[in-house]
Design a protein around this ligand. Structure first.
Ligand code: S3P
Length: 175
Protein backbone atom coordinates (compact mmCIF):
# COMPACT_ATOMS: atom_id res chain seq x y z
CA UNK A 1 0.00 0.00 0.00
CA UNK A 2 1.23 3.50 -0.64
CA UNK A 3 0.14 5.50 2.36
CA UNK A 4 2.45 8.10 3.94
CA UNK A 5 2.72 7.49 7.68
CA UNK A 6 4.02 10.04 10.17
CA UNK A 7 5.19 8.88 13.58
CA UNK A 8 6.97 10.73 16.37
CA UNK A 9 6.61 12.31 19.76
CA UNK A 10 3.96 14.82 20.73
CA UNK A 11 5.11 18.16 19.37
CA UNK A 12 7.06 16.70 16.46
CA UNK A 13 4.68 18.39 14.00
CA UNK A 14 2.81 15.42 12.55
CA UNK A 15 -0.52 17.24 12.15
CA UNK A 16 0.93 20.45 10.71
CA UNK A 17 3.11 18.48 8.34
CA UNK A 18 0.23 16.32 7.18
CA UNK A 19 -1.64 19.44 6.00
CA UNK A 20 1.42 20.65 4.13
CA UNK A 21 1.96 17.22 2.56
CA UNK A 22 -1.68 17.10 1.51
CA UNK A 23 -1.14 20.26 -0.56
CA UNK A 24 1.85 18.67 -2.30
CA UNK A 25 0.43 15.19 -2.85
CA UNK A 26 -3.35 15.50 -2.99
CA UNK A 27 -3.58 12.58 -0.55
CA UNK A 28 -6.28 12.48 2.16
CA UNK A 29 -5.36 13.17 5.78
CA UNK A 30 -6.15 10.51 8.34
CA UNK A 31 -5.54 11.93 11.81
CA UNK A 32 -5.81 8.99 14.21
CA UNK A 33 -6.45 11.11 17.33
CA UNK A 34 -9.17 13.16 15.60
CA UNK A 35 -10.91 10.05 14.30
CA UNK A 36 -10.82 8.37 17.71
CA UNK A 37 -12.21 11.53 19.34
CA UNK A 38 -15.02 11.72 16.76
CA UNK A 39 -15.83 8.05 17.06
CA UNK A 40 -15.94 8.11 20.87
CA UNK A 41 -17.46 11.58 21.00
CA UNK A 42 -14.89 12.44 23.67
CA UNK A 43 -11.62 14.36 23.77
CA UNK A 44 -8.44 12.29 24.13
CA UNK A 45 -7.89 13.72 27.62
CA UNK A 46 -11.44 12.67 28.57
CA UNK A 47 -10.86 9.14 27.28
CA UNK A 48 -7.70 8.97 29.43
CA UNK A 49 -9.39 10.31 32.55
CA UNK A 50 -12.61 8.29 32.21
CA UNK A 51 -11.24 4.96 30.98
CA UNK A 52 -7.45 5.10 31.36
CA UNK A 53 -4.50 4.91 28.99
CA UNK A 54 -4.86 1.17 28.36
CA UNK A 55 -8.32 1.67 26.93
CA UNK A 56 -7.04 4.48 24.68
CA UNK A 57 -4.24 2.22 23.41
CA UNK A 58 -6.84 -0.42 22.54
CA UNK A 59 -8.84 2.17 20.59
CA UNK A 60 -5.67 3.13 18.70
CA UNK A 61 -4.92 -0.48 17.81
CA UNK A 62 -8.53 -1.17 16.80
CA UNK A 63 -8.46 1.87 14.55
CA UNK A 64 -5.23 0.72 12.91
CA UNK A 65 -6.45 -2.83 12.38
CA UNK A 66 -9.67 -1.61 10.76
CA UNK A 67 -7.91 0.90 8.53
CA UNK A 68 -8.03 -0.20 4.92
CA UNK A 69 -7.44 2.73 2.61
CA UNK A 70 -4.72 3.87 0.26
CA UNK A 71 -3.13 7.17 -0.77
CA UNK A 72 -3.60 8.66 2.69
CA UNK A 73 -1.33 10.65 4.96
CA UNK A 74 -1.71 8.93 8.31
CA UNK A 75 -0.87 11.17 11.25
CA UNK A 76 -0.49 8.90 14.27
CA UNK A 77 -0.67 9.67 17.99
CA UNK A 78 2.78 9.71 19.61
CA UNK A 79 2.19 6.41 21.41
CA UNK A 80 0.92 4.42 18.43
CA UNK A 81 4.30 2.68 18.18
CA UNK A 82 4.16 1.27 21.71
CA UNK A 83 2.61 -1.99 20.58
CA UNK A 84 4.68 -4.39 18.48
CA UNK A 85 1.60 -5.26 16.44
CA UNK A 86 1.00 -1.61 15.64
CA UNK A 87 4.61 -1.16 14.57
CA UNK A 88 4.30 -4.00 12.08
CA UNK A 89 0.90 -2.89 10.89
CA UNK A 90 2.09 0.66 10.22
CA UNK A 91 4.89 -0.62 7.98
CA UNK A 92 2.47 -2.80 6.06
CA UNK A 93 0.34 0.25 5.24
CA UNK A 94 3.02 2.30 3.47
CA UNK A 95 6.20 4.28 4.08
CA UNK A 96 6.77 5.31 7.69
CA UNK A 97 8.58 8.56 8.52
CA UNK A 98 9.83 9.16 12.06
CA UNK A 99 9.90 12.90 12.80
CA UNK A 100 12.76 12.92 15.25
CA UNK A 101 13.34 15.90 17.52
CA UNK A 102 15.47 16.62 20.57
CA UNK A 103 13.90 17.14 24.00
CA UNK A 104 14.67 20.88 23.69
CA UNK A 105 12.85 21.18 20.36
CA UNK A 106 9.84 19.28 21.65
CA UNK A 107 9.85 21.20 24.93
CA UNK A 108 9.78 24.58 23.19
CA UNK A 109 6.92 23.51 20.96
CA UNK A 110 4.81 21.96 23.72
CA UNK A 111 5.20 24.46 26.54
CA UNK A 112 1.86 26.11 25.81
CA UNK A 113 0.01 22.94 24.87
CA UNK A 114 0.20 20.75 27.95
CA UNK A 115 -3.46 21.22 28.94
CA UNK A 116 -4.71 19.18 25.96
CA UNK A 117 -2.21 16.38 26.55
CA UNK A 118 -2.98 13.86 29.28
CA UNK A 119 0.61 12.60 29.61
CA UNK A 120 2.22 16.01 30.12
CA UNK A 121 2.30 18.66 32.86
CA UNK A 122 3.83 22.09 32.35
CA UNK A 123 5.95 22.01 35.54
CA UNK A 124 7.45 18.59 34.79
CA UNK A 125 7.52 18.88 31.00
CA UNK A 126 11.26 18.61 30.42
CA UNK A 127 11.62 15.49 32.56
CA UNK A 128 8.51 13.88 31.15
CA UNK A 129 9.70 14.41 27.59
CA UNK A 130 13.16 13.05 28.41
CA UNK A 131 11.66 9.94 29.97
CA UNK A 132 9.20 9.32 27.15
CA UNK A 133 11.86 9.82 24.50
CA UNK A 134 14.25 7.53 26.32
CA UNK A 135 11.58 4.80 26.48
CA UNK A 136 10.37 5.27 22.94
CA UNK A 137 13.37 6.19 20.76
CA UNK A 138 14.19 2.60 19.82
CA UNK A 139 10.55 1.87 19.10
CA UNK A 140 10.25 4.85 16.76
CA UNK A 141 13.40 3.70 14.98
CA UNK A 142 12.15 0.14 14.71
CA UNK A 143 8.77 1.28 13.37
CA UNK A 144 10.15 3.65 10.75
CA UNK A 145 11.50 3.35 7.22
CA UNK A 146 13.05 6.84 7.31
CA UNK A 147 14.21 9.07 10.15
CA UNK A 148 13.71 12.79 9.47
CA UNK A 149 15.32 15.19 11.93
CA UNK A 150 13.09 18.17 12.71
CA UNK A 151 15.61 20.09 14.83
CA UNK A 152 16.16 23.66 13.55
CA UNK A 153 14.06 22.99 10.44
CA UNK A 154 10.90 24.67 9.20
CA UNK A 155 7.82 22.65 8.29
CA UNK A 156 8.51 23.49 4.64
CA UNK A 157 12.01 22.04 4.86
CA UNK A 158 10.79 18.83 6.51
CA UNK A 159 7.99 18.53 3.98
CA UNK A 160 10.35 18.94 1.03
CA UNK A 161 12.64 16.28 2.47
CA UNK A 162 9.78 13.79 2.75
CA UNK A 163 8.40 14.71 -0.66
CA UNK A 164 11.79 14.10 -2.29
CA UNK A 165 11.98 10.63 -0.75
CA UNK A 166 8.45 9.82 -1.87
CA UNK A 167 9.28 10.82 -5.46
CA UNK A 168 12.34 8.59 -5.35
CA UNK A 169 10.09 5.77 -4.19
CA UNK A 170 7.87 6.39 -7.24
CA UNK A 171 4.86 7.58 -5.30
CA UNK A 172 2.38 9.05 -7.76
CA UNK A 173 0.60 12.29 -6.91
CA UNK A 174 -2.43 13.96 -8.41
CA UNK A 175 -1.14 17.54 -7.93
C1 S3P B 1 0.15 10.54 23.01
C2 S3P B 1 0.17 11.45 21.98
C3 S3P B 1 -1.03 12.20 21.57
C4 S3P B 1 -2.29 11.43 21.91
C5 S3P B 1 -2.29 11.05 23.36
C6 S3P B 1 -1.08 10.20 23.75
C7 S3P B 1 1.41 9.84 23.38
O1 S3P B 1 -0.98 12.45 20.16
O2 S3P B 1 -2.43 10.31 21.11
O3 S3P B 1 -2.32 12.23 24.12
O4 S3P B 1 1.34 8.85 24.12
O5 S3P B 1 2.49 10.28 22.94
P1 S3P B 1 0.00 13.53 19.48
O6 S3P B 1 1.34 12.88 19.32
O7 S3P B 1 -0.64 13.78 18.14
O8 S3P B 1 0.02 14.74 20.32
Amino acid sequence: MSNIILIGMMGSGKSTLSHQLKKMTGYKIIDCDDLIENHENLLIKEIFSLYGEKHFRKLESDFLNDFNDDECIISTGGGMILSAENRLRLKSLGTVFYLSGSVVTLYNRLLDQTSERPLLEKEALHNQLSELLEKRSDLYLEASDYVISIDSKTTDEVCTEIYTILRELDYIFSV
